[in-house]
Design a binder for this molecule. Structure first.
Ligand code: ATP
Length: 503
């Protein structure tokens, strides 16, 4: 699986999806740039989300708030005091690690050992293998399972108590070594704030320390009354936003899964106190449906309900997606109570309550939020679309089976040869369709090579113009996934493609 993931990362670079940031300067850790294909896919993802939230819901509107915000906002939200990761340094390699991630990796190692035993036994016993029975009775499995359970319990308690010394003790007791130096020579565990800060204004007039927002949500909270009043919104209503967020992540791994500059699509839904759990359930279901509608495969998703809740939440779940490196969070759905709005009311000293005309009373709304990372969604789509296929003639083709609605290029139009008026005819077709779909003109190399190139970027349709076209106004349309080809009239193209590229 790791090999596949490496291939996906280099495929993304080779075909203009994702480049390391500052590439000619050898990159910048955990920062990436989207190329000519990547930006189209990303825009399509954002549109798919925006349309489903803002266009399809009468009671949800969008905003676009600034990245810089008043610094007190981050005090009120709790980020200044509590948006921390526990870090530990290895004294020999001088490398810094997240203590919690080192322990999570250790948990994964126990899982790996258990799975290895299970797989070995499955091979040995074949058809008659009873996995549950084996797990419940095999000595080695039980031993590792017990160690894993004990570690999990100890780890959860240490996190819950915010006990940094205990996190360090766990690392020592588990004999975890630094992957670089191979030693266990660790410092103590310290908290490290994830927010980036900078200065606003020049130093002579007293510069103010400001933060790059670590989430877009606060821009919605501080604007909720502006939007409610000017948009005459009535509870329940939602505000949606897409925008950049910044976190000084220490463990920068897994490509665009965890970045220091990334993009979020968040929606805060304001409800009457007491109704939040019903709305939480409803959004939890709606969001999973939205993901599944893309057709990447229903079994690739699962919920991960949180049993340990942040102090401000009364329910929380993640939607996880099966990446090549395991099931990982792509979206969080949280019932955040009235925590954020109450905090802002306290810190700004103004009344920001909502007046409910039906109840004839004022109150602080409760909030259910859905928060998804654009980049993680991008990664989930690319990973599940990447496919190496053995063809009948023995060749391998690499194809990105992107959902047609999200594909950067919807159709490539190709003249069979570069003469006899075929290029002109091809351009004529593009001129007819380019306002409706993103089209690409391609005349270089053999037709087979051109098909492969379009497969690799995930173009769902290739349209070939040949000599016959000049007589009958028909073209060959080739379908990316089945590689089937059919002859259709040029006038039908618009409908055929429109039908397939909508969700
Ligand atoms: P994680 O536990 O993976 O760090 P989180 O629980 O801190 O994520 P949230 O604060 O709930 O994440 O943010 C909501 C969404 O924003 C996540 O589900 C994820 O898709 C995205 N996200 C968060 N941090 C990053 C990051 N560093 N890079 C890319 N996307 C991110």
């Amino acid at each position: 699986q790791e090999d596949v993931f490496k291939k996906i990362v280099s495929h993304c670079k080779e075909y203009g999806y994702v480049f390391p940031s500052s590439d000619i300067y050898d990159g910048l850790g955990a920062v990436y740039d989207y190329g000519q294909m990547g930006v189209e896919l990303k825009n399509n993802i954002k549109k798919y989300w925006w349309d489903s939230m803002v266009l399809l819901h009468e009671n949800i509107v969008g905003i676009d708030s600034a990245i810089f915000m008043h610094p007190t906002i981050w005090k009120a939200s709790g980020h200044v005091d509590a948006f921390n990761d526990p870090l530990i340094d290895n004294k020999d390699s001088k490398k810094r690690y997240r203590a919690d991630v080192l322990i999570e990796d250790q948990l994964a190692k126990y899982d790996e050992k258990i799975n290895k035993e299970v797989e070995k036994a499955r091979k040995r016993f074949g058809e008659s293998f009873d996995e549950a029975q084996f797990r419940a009775t095999n000595g080695r499995v039980l031993e590792n399972q017990n160690k894993r359970d004990a570690l999990h319990e100890r780890f959860a308690k240490a996190l819950n108590d915010g006990n940094l010394e205990e996190l360090r003790q766990i690392i020592l007791d588990e004999e975890i070594v630094c992957p670089i130096s191979g030693t266990r020579n660790w410092t103590e565990v310290r908290q490290f704030n994830l927010m980036f800060s900078t200065e606003m204004g020049s130093t002579s007039d007293g510069a103010m320390k400001v933060y790059l927002r670590p989430e877009t949500a606060q821009g919605i909270f501080v604007n909720y009354l502006n939007v409610q009043k000017t948009g005459r919104m009535k509870i329940p209503f939602g505000i949606a936003q897409i925008g950049k967020a910044f976190r000084n992540e220490i463990v920068a791994r897994q490509f665009i899964f965890r970045m220091r500059e990334f993009e979020q699509m968040e929606m805060q839904f304001f409800v009457r106190p007491g109704e939040e759990l019903t709305w939480f359930q409803s959004w939890k279901e709606q969001r999973l449906k939205w993901h599944k509608a893309l057709g990447l495969g229903d079994t690739k998703y699962r919920y991960h309900d949180h049993d340990k809740l942040a102090h401000y939440a009364n329910a929380a779940t993640d939607i996880e997606f099966e990446m090549p490196f395991g099931f990982k969070e792509v979206e969080g759905i949280h019932s955040r109570t009235d925590f954020d709005l109450s905090q802002h009311e306290k810190y700004c000293g103004k009344n920001i309550k909502y007046f409910d005309p039906e109840l004839n009373e004022s109150y602080t709304p409760y909030v259910v939020e859905t928060s998804i990372g654009v980049d993680r969604m991008f990664l989930s789509i690319v990973c599940s679309s990447y496919c190496e296929e053995k063809l009948e003639n023995g060749e391998t083709r690499v194809v990105l089976r992107l959902p047609a609605a999200l594909a950067p290029v919807k159709l490539a139009v190709m003249p069979l040869v570069k003469k006899d008026g075929l290029p002109e005819k091809a351009r004529e077709i593009i001129n007819q369709l380019k306002f409706q779909f993103n089209c690409q003109y391609d005349e270089k190399d053999s037709i087979g090579k051109r098909y492969r190139r379009q497969d690799a970027i995930g173009t769902p349709y290739c349209v070939t113009v040949d000599h016959q076209t000049l007589e009958d106004n028909c073209v060959t349309i080739r379908h990316r996934d089945s590689m089937e080809q059919e002859r259709v009239s040029i006038s039908e193209l618009s409908n055929i493609i429109a039908d397939k590229v909508s969700i």
